[in-house]
Design a protein around this ligand. Structure first.
Ligand code: NAD
Length: 459
């Protein structure tokens, strides 16, 4: 086995860097170091946690363009998409610094129980110990920060394992932490193929929490191996958006086109299934297709490019298979459908069967299916009739309708008059059902990465 992993630009195949490919001995070393750093991390004073996180946020801001270029080169984002990711990452780290000072507990009214009148106590939230953070390729910087930031704010030791296709942004971010006063061993990067080093990391009892973001196949593999430890699973989806006849159609088109093709659809919040009220279907569909045709696909570092490539040939082929499957069952391709190299054209389908793959599974690529509906209940039933439930969008001018639909959708968040793709880094984030377990969004990740410990004084 080679001891390095070469990292290539998925758009043009250019070699842009390399990272170590960890061996079993390397994994053992990292686990031992993390275990030894547990008390050091736990005892970091709050002011140190805050200052480390602030320093990294500040450095990142100063080197904004450098990081954006690296994200765009190693991954699938255009330079404009990558800049937005860096800006969000600065924010994620700033929020983490702020939340570090809020880590607390509550007093407990022990005297609510007859016989406990003389007792007084409280609980504190304490770090779990070692957090193993496993991250995907599509947001190679900010999704790393969503794990490191809260873990350090909470006083944990962290082992970070980024995706082997996009480890360079993560490595550069960890180097910023290494340049602060963060004690040695509290944050470690390990790089290697998940299929090779994943089991050893996940199953080790010294790891007290696995915080995983990625696909359901890997997530389901991790669950039985992890054993008795905390788990957070941020998995995929096939997010629905519902457009009512009374919606601001211009807003709905603009917002859902962006949500469908951001990061070439390689986005867990990707607008995949778009339900439009029957009387407005033709008008919406025409406008949606016209807007989609204006998207420019190509070279990621070109300022005018809207959409980049798929991460790999296999990922591009999988998207093609979804389209072929839909077409074989009667779907029409309104635009797109073609793939040149790894550049899959933005693709819009209609007349899509309810049981084909694009209606049920996660495509994780630039394909969106349009479905007409007449009654609200029909749209809700169709939107819910999948195994996923991450986020959804609803477009309507009627507050009552918005509330009814939002209440009825089975998912982690509903965006009214925004697509499923809307998110800020401070909000609770995470899905239901096949989309995962636990929440991210800094304050919520901190709760997941800590345990309440109760102190009771018998006075
Ligand atoms: P993936 O599951 O292929 O890989 C995710 C990570 O798991 C990588 O670091 C990979 O190296 C590692 N891994 C692979 N095999 C492993 C093993 N056996 N043990 C431990 N780790 C292993 O996912 P991906 O292709 O990078 O990302 C796409 C998926 O991630 C999509 O399904 C997408 O929806 C999901 N995602 C979810 C969110 C969210 O917040 N819910 C955010 C982004 C992406």
């Amino acid at each position: 086995m080679s001891d390095i992993i070469e990292v290539f630009d998925p758009g043009n195949g250019e070699l842009i860097g390399s990272v170590a490919s960890a061996s079993r001995d390397d994994v053992e070393q990292v686990l031992a170091t993390a275990s030894n750093a547990v008390d050091i991390a736990r005892n970091m004073p709050t002011h140190l946690r805050i200052s480390v996180l602030r320093q990294v946020a500040e450095q990142l801001l100063q080197r904004h363009e450098e990081f954006a270029e690296l994200i765009a080169k190693e991954g699938i984002k255009t330079i404009r998409e990558a800049r937005k990711e860096v800006t969000r990452c600065v924010e994620t780290l700033r929020i983490s610094a702020e939340e570090a000072r809020r880590l607390g507990g509550e007093t407990i009214a022990f005297d609510q129980m007859p016989g406990s009148e003389n007792r007084f106590g409280y609980f504190k939230r304490l770090p779990v110990g070692v957090v193993l953070a496993i991250t995907p390729y599509n947001d190679p910087l900010n999704l790393v920060a969503h794990k490191i930031g809260p873990a350090i704010a909470a006083g944990n030791a962290v082992i970070l394992k980024p995706h082997s296709s996009t480890p360079l942004s993560a490595k550069k971010l960890v180097a910023l932490f290494d340049a602060t006063d963060l004690p040695a061993g509290v944050l470690q990067l390990i790089t290697g193929a998940g299929a090779i080093i994943g089991d050893q990391l996940v199953s080790d009892p010294r790891v007290r929490m696995v915080s995983f973001t990625g696909g359901p196949l890997v997530g389901l593999k991790i669950l039985p191996l992890a054993g008795l430890k905390k788990i957070s699973m941020e998995l995929g989806s096939n997010c629905p958006c519902i457009v009512m006849g009374d919606a601001d159609m211009e807003l709905a088109v603009e917002s859902t086109v962006s949500g469908a093709f951001w990061a070439a659809g390689q986005n867990c919040l990707h607008v995949q299934r778009l339900f439009i009220q029957q009387d407005h279907f033709d008008d919406f569909s025409k406008r949606f297709v016209e807007r989609t045709k204006r998207l420019k696909v190509g070279e990621k570092l070109d300022e005018t490019t809207d959409m980049g490539p798929m991460i790999s040939d296999a990922a591009a082929s999988k998207v093609g298979e979804f389209v072929e499957d839909a077409v074989a069952r009667g779907a029409r391709i309104l635009t797109g459908g073609e793939c040149e190299g790894r550049y899959f054209q933005p693709t819009v389908l209609d007349n899509v069967a309810a049981d084909c793959r694009i209606s049920k599974e996660e495509v994780f690529g630039p394909v969106v299916a349009l479905y007409p509906f007449s009654e609200i209940s029909e749209a809700i039933d169709l939107a819910n009739d999948v195994d996923y439930g991450l986020q959804a969008g609803v477009f309507t001018r009627d507050l009552g309708t918005a509330h009814t639909i939002a209440d009825a959708l089975h998912c982690g968040g509903v965006m009214i008059n925004d697509s499923s793709d809307y998110r800020i880094d401070a909000m609770p984030f995470g899905g239901t059902r096949g989309s995962g377990l636990g929440k991210e969004g800094v304050a919520h990740a901190i709760i997941e990465m800590t345990e309440a410990k109760t102190y009771c004084f018998n006075l």
